[in-house]
Design a binder for this molecule. Structure first.
Ligand SMILES: Cc1ncc(COP(=O)(O)O)c(C=O)c1O
Length: 385
């Protein structure tokens, strides 16, 4: 923001210094720029198999009701989702994406000067929303769990450092964000370790466990969702944007102690979740086949890609999500650019301090094949053969 205008309007320093979220170019713009068509986007960890067919069907019928405000309490969705999760409807708070639930937590719990702990790297919205509120971001680096020269398929050697996080807790700490699995590392904190960590925290600290990718984690490795019913310090964040295939409709939710949910409802706008999102989410819960297919095809796709990437001389790491880190053994920014020119979009990791790495979201079988074909060409060009 221009400094004189910020001064004139007395914009708080913590707002003026925010960097706006870089808007990704629409795929059509990228295609026009590079003269390509039929691009594939493997950069945002979306569901490549499309929205649940049942949701598409039910959305068509819901369109005729668009002149009405949505159900502000998400009544039916709340009951159906609670039954699906084995939770109570009073434990749920819905948002315009789980992003909005993150925002509710910060709005409800953080006053200017209060501290919020998050890891680096992790999902970027935590620190941004804290800054908007005038809170103090306490950033803890992920810990190294090994060298970068792992066997293909081994976990990426960075994970949440719960001991270091615990050591940074003070009287002013209000919230801790832990994306589990972590984005971008794809690593998971063991449920037992997490339970011990939570038990060690003081009474005044809330831990938000962001489980955006939990559907891709083996059920026996997931933390126990009922934890938050017994312990008001624990909040689980979930989303319909990933395995459920509804990123474009923006709907996510938090599961927490009913009393804490009551606090979050106070800072929520009355109609924050639109009616189509509610209809689609209800259908998505019932479309078990789409969800099952998404998870199993993602696992298959990841295994296939891993083998092919090794053949291309890359080092793919393992992951508990639908994306994974790949050491391309070359300048990843250059590779990203060459791939883009051929209509394949992946996420370069230089901004996270890894100039040889890209993060790739698993696509459909056709998309995965195309990625490998194009990567083979591009790596050949970079490596000079
Ligand atoms: C760890 C994590 N949390 C939350 C989100 C945001 O999800 P939503 O679309 O529900 O706002 C993402 C999206 O990329 C994510 O990676």
């Amino acid at each position: 923001m221009a400094a004189d205008l910020a001064k004139r309007f007395r914009v708080p320093g913590y707002v003026a210094s925010l960097v706006p979220y870089p808007p990704g170019k629409p795929i059509e713009e990228v295609e026009r720029e590079y003269g390509v068509s039929g691009s594939i986007k493997l950069a945002s960890n979306e569901n490549p198999f499309g929205p649940p067919p049942l949701a598409v069907e039910e959305l068509a019928a819901a369109l005729s009701g668009l002149h009405r405000y949505p159900d502000g309490g998400c009544h039916y969705l709340g009951r159906e989702l609670a039954a699906h999760l084995g939770a109570a409807p009073e434990q749920l708070v819905f948002g315009n994406g789980s992003n909005e639930v993150i925002e509710f937590l910060v709005k409800a719990l953080v006053e200017p000067g209060d501290e919020v702990i998050s890891s680096r790297p992790s999902f970027l919205m935590y620190s941004k929303l804290v800054q908007i509120r005038g809170g103090v971001n306490v950033v803890v680096e992920l810990k190294r769990t090994g060298g970068m020269d792992q066997e293909p398929g081994a976990a990426f050697p960075l994970a949440h450092d719960l001991d270091a996080i615990r050591a940074r807790v003070t009287d002013r700490t209000r919230l801790i964000f832990i994306d589990n699995p972590n984005n971008p590392a794809g690593t998971l904190v063991a449920a037992g370790e997490l339970a011990g960590f939570i038990a060690s925290l003081p009474e005044h600290v809330v831990v938000a466990l962001d489980e955006a990718y939990i559907d891709f984690v083996e059920p026996e490795e997931r933390p126990d969702l009922s934890l938050c019913r017994r312990d008001p310090r624990v909040v689980f964040l979930r989303t319909f944007s990933k395995a459920y295939g509804l990123a474009g409709l923006r709907i996510g939710f938090g599961v927490m102690h009913p009393e804490l949910a009551g606090v979050l409802h106070r800072v929520r706008q009355p109609f924050n979740v639109n009616s189509l999102a509610q209809v689609a989410a209800r259908a998505a819960i019932r479309d078990l086949e789409h969800h099952r297919m998404t998870v199993s095809e993602t696992r298959k796709g990841m295994a296939w890609l891993r083998g092919e990437l090794v053949r291309l001389g890359c080092l793919p790491y393992g992951s508990h999500t639908n994306f994974f880190m790949v050491d391309v053994r070359a300048d990843a920014a250059r590779l990203h650019e060459l791939l883009l020119r051929r209509g394949v979009i992946v996420r370069p990791m230089a901004a996270y301090g890894f100039p040889d790495l890209v993060r790739i979201t698993v696509g459909t079988a056709d998309e995965n094949r195309r990625l490998i074909e194009v990567m083979e060409e591009c790596l050949g060009e970079i490596r000079g053969f």
